[in-house]
Design a binder for this molecule. Structure first.
Ligand code: FAD
Ligand code: EGO
Length: 513
């Protein structure tokens, strides 16, 4: 069935041109056979798909397209990361959650990735005085995974490369692209290479060249925002016995208003810490003394764990990254081109959803391809009308978290907010699911998450009203009966309802709606 007519539709000249492009890569000699990959779902077709970008989303999308039997070419401007040297103590990790895992599962990679990741069952909040409190994410087994970004990318690339219908082209930078015809120009060292494809999938990140080309020739709307915060990554080494310096299976958070730090565990016993601070802060820390002063002011418990000298060395070596939020509309150009991952929706990292959302893009596109019998035009239109609103929603949610987390004055208010969430979820397990859980542990479309949140807020408001009314009624009754005991109880109830922080919390909840 599927595997028979091997690339017979490719013109000889074209095939030669493609061999040229292949000339730098290992896969040159690989025959272009259309062999079923991952079995059952393969439908015979001769369409050529070009994937621009071999990052997390591009490598994942190559796998999905290969699975559907397309002739896949993946172009990545950097060299093959698998051939690069491992730099000791420079591992960067990411939080992988349900949406990302579901996408990995569909290409048969979930188990492999999950076993190399470290489960985090909750957040561990560090107060200024060094106390730590743990709040689980949900039920006992609910967790997010800390995975090594590079290892994950390598796993995906290797899996894609194993598919006989995938060709990888590293050191190929897309310079120009005619979105309407599928003609592309790549720079490979000093050479220019021309090629074509039936479908161009832009997975080339927040500063997408595919998107830039599309914006020139079609009516594509685009919006970008840099936030005043930057980030710096610091590695916290293992203890002398090789074990983790802090509790291993949690996401550590130091909430300090404008200054935030988080830490995710690595397999080798280290933690990768990320500071999120205003650029003004990074600019103002120019020498050792100021740095230690600032750390003593905000993250004192972390200094001995980093080691003072190491901290100074790392801080002044590692760069400050900027954070950008990008939205665009639509995500496709007819049936010829589609943007996935950060190319379509870069978001600020305050939900840990960028990669997860990008992976979910691949999963949804695949579902719709199957539904539309691999017809690109129908698939891409349906994909865009479904996905674009959800991409806007998660960009907004991430930005909202950025604002909200900074508004929390200290670790106490952070803890309180999470405890109120848990309590409400405990009282109304069906109708109140914390926002973080809906985003992280479900596949409820992001747009619906916002809608549900608004409904929940109304519920909380009504609930608080009923509670206040009951307490008020009790108060009157108490006064009427002149029962001192009832009176004081009711008074207390009212006081709690009207003045305690949950009220503030409720006000906080309502801000979104
Ligand atoms: P990228 O990873 O940017 O990959 C794009 C690829 O395209 C690159 O390999 C690039 O070399 C290539 N490329 C670019 N231009 C061209 C061109 N012209 N020609 C050819 N190739 C090109 N997400 C999570 O889910 N969980 C987290 O915990 C998390 N934490 C984060 C923390 C920080 C500090 C940041 C900044 C982001 C975080 N993210 C997280 C988001 C996540 O990193 C991104 O969403 C994800 O990497 C997007 O993948 P991508 O493949 O779309 O883009
Ligand atoms: C009140 C309190 C309202 C990323 C807390 C909202 C994000 C937000 C950057 C954590 C966890 C994975 C992350 C929680 C909130 C990753 C995450 C959270 C950060 C920063 C992050 C949580 C990488 C927001 N998940 N999260 O609930 O634990 O709550 F702190 Cl700066």
């Amino acid at each position: 069935m599927a595997s028979a007519n091997v690339g017979a539709d490719i013109a000889p000249s074209e095939a030669a041109a493609r061999m040229q492009i292949n000339s730098r890569k290992v896969s040159v000699s690989k025959e272009r056979k259309r062999v079923p990959v991952m079995g059952d779902h393969l439908v015979p077709n001769s369409k050529r798909v070009a994937i621009v970008g071999g990052g997390l989303v591009g490598a994942m999308e190559a796998l999905y397209m290969a699975k559907r039997g397309f002739d896949v070419d993946l172009y990545e401007m950097r060299s093959d990361i698998r051939l690069e040297e491992m730099v000791e103590g420079r591992s960067i990790n990411l939080a992988l959650s349900t949406r990302g895992r579901e996408a990995l599962k569909a290409v048969g990679l979930e188990d492999e990735v999950v076993t190399t990741g470290i489960p985090m069952f909750g957040r561990r909040i560090h107060s200024l005085t060094g106390e730590q409190s743990f709040i689980p994410y949900g039920k006992k087994e609910q967790c997010i995974l800390s995975v090594d970004r590079r290892k994950l990318n390598e796993t995906l690339l290797t899996a894609a490369e194993k598919c006989p219908n995938v060709d990888m082209h590293f050191d190929h930078k897309l310079s120009r692209c005619n979105i309407k015809t599928g003609e592309m120009t790549y720079i490979n060292y000093d050479n220019t290479r021309e090629t074509t494809a039936d479908l161009v999938v832009g997975c080339d990140g927040a500063f997408s060249a595919v998107r830039r080309s599309a914006m020139r020739s079609t009516r594509l709307n685009y919006q970008q925002e840099y936030i005043p915060h930057g980030y710096k990554e610091l590695t916290m080494p293992p203890k002398e016995d090789g074990t983790h310096a802090m509790a291993k299976n949690c996401l550590h958070i130091w909430p300090r208003n404008e200054f935030m730090m988080i830490a995710l565990p690595n397999q080798d016993g280290s933690f990768t810490c990320t500071m999120f601070c205003p650029f003004d802060f990074f600019d103002s820390v120019k020498d050792e003394t100021t740095l230690i002063e600032r750390f003593e002011q905000f993250f004192p418990d972390s200094i001995p764990l980093f080691g003072r000298d190491r901290l100074v060395e790392m801080y002044f070596t590692n760069p400050v990254g900027s954070l950008v939020s990008v939205k665009c509309d639509p995500h496709n150009v007819g049936g010829r081109c589609v943007l996935l991952g950060d190319a379509a929706h870069a978001m600020v990292p305050f939900y840990g959803q960028g990669m997860n959302c990008g992976f979910e893009d691949c999963l949804l596109l695949d579902e719709l391809l199957l539904k539309n019998k691999l017809d690109f035009a129908a698939t891409l239109d349906e994909y865009n009308s479904k996905r674009q609103p959800d991409a806007y929603a998660i960009c907004d949610l991430a930005m909202y978290n950025y604002i909200e987390m900074r508004s929390l004055v200290n670790s106490k208010s952070f803890l309180l907010r999470k405890k109120v969430d848990s309590l409400l979820n405990y009282l109304f397990p069906r109708s109140f699911i914390p926002l973080y859980s809906m985003v992280t542990f479900s596949r409820i479309p992001y747009g619906e998450v916002i809608e549900r949140r608004k409904r929940q807020d109304k519920l909380v408001k009504i609930g608080a009203g009923v509670f206040a009314f009951t307490a008020g009624a009790l108060l009157c009754y108490g006064v009427y009966k002149r029962r001192v005991a009832a009176l004081s109880t009711a008074l207390l109830c009212n006081l709690i309802t009207l003045t305690s922080t949950p009220q503030k919390t409720i006000a906080g909840y309502l801000k979104l709606s």
